[in-house]
Design a protein around this ligand. Structure first.
Ligand SMILES: Nc1ncnc2c1ncn2[C@@H]1O[C@H](COP(=O)(O)OP(=O)(O)OP(=O)(O)O)[C@@H](O)[C@H]1O
Length: 258
């Protein structure tokens, strides 16, 4: 039995069942998700890929409690998000979910140290002893703790954002194009941090990306097309992911465009 098989036997950290998301109505109706069922196993790093408009962000937003499904269900652990009111959803996002965004989203007036502990301060909870210290070592920015985000490079800012996402020991970290604004070296460092969060710290990581190299850091890649889950790839390599993505741009699509 492989490590991947072992984690599969544990209940998923997040999942959607028959997820449908429809935007608009009538002539302007868009089925952004068209019956997606998928598990995000605990302690795994999963990447979501697919052509532009295939529903990647919609899937992430619905399973992270940032948007609601039209039908079907989304769960964090065994909590069905559709049963929660706005206040309960806000608490769930604060206590059980960490977010990493393409544009870092650090608070410019706060120091690095204050940004890392901000979610805990907002929730009025104390950090787990030793965790913040460990995160500061992991991101390698101990000598920058009193700096403001504008005094850091993009890669350093995103490492702070990853530490902030992990500070509350969330069940799931959702990362939306976390390397989209970074050069390849800084991007690789951030991806290694996300991999460590899953494999070293036992967090569940779900990442939307357009980049096959970024996706190759994940344990598994899910492929969406036209709002449906059309394929999945274990132990991806950048070349295999790139080849799979090229199939979405096959002859019929290319002819349709010309
Ligand atoms: N708020 C909205 N109102 C109407 N349509 C929307 C809305 N959000 C998304 N859509 C549509 O839903 C579909 C899926 O969008 P989504 O952003 O999830 O795709 P994506 O795969 O993340 O795309 P990209 O790679 O370009 O970011 C698209 O056709 C998009 O135009």
């Amino acid at each position: 039995m492989t490590a991947a098989d072992t984690v599969r036997t544990i209940a998923p950290a997040a999942q959607v069942r028959d997820a449908v998301k429809v935007y608009g109505s009538g002539d302007t109706e868009v089925r952004a998700l068209d019956g997606v069922t998928v598990d995000f196993p605990a302690g795994r790093f999963t990447a979501i890929m697919g052509p532009s408009g295939s529903g990647k962000s919609t899937l992430m937003h619905c399973v992270a409690g940032l948007d609601t499904l039209t039908s079907g269900s989304a769960y964090i652990g065994d909590t069905e998000l559709g049963t929660l009111g706005d206040r309960q959803l806000t608490l769930l996002r604060r206590e059980r979910i960490g977010f990493v965004f393409q544009s870092f989203n650090l608070v410019p007036t706060l120091t690095v140290a204050e940004n890392i502990t901000l979610p805990l301060d907002l929730a009025g909870t104390r950090p787990e002893p030793g965790l913040i210290d460990e995160l500061i070592d992991v991101i390698g920015l101990r000598d920058r703790l009193r700096h403001r985000p504008s005094q850091l490079s993009g890669g350093q800012q995103q490492r702070v954002a990853v530490a902030r996402a992990l500070a509350g020991r969330p069940d799931v970290v959702f990362a939306d194009e976390p390397t989209g604004n970074l050069d390849s070296r800084s991007g690789a460092e951030v991806l290694e941090l996300l991999g460590d969060a899953a494999h070293g710290m036992g967090r569940t990581v779900v990442m939307v990306t357009h980049d096959p190299v970024a996706a190759s850091h994940a344990d598994e890649v899910l492929f969406l097309a036209d709002g449906r889950l059309v394929d999945r790839m274990e132990r991806p390599t950048a070349d295999r992911v790139l080849d799979r993505m090229k199939e979405f741009d096959g002859p019929s699509r290319q002819e349709a465009r010309s």
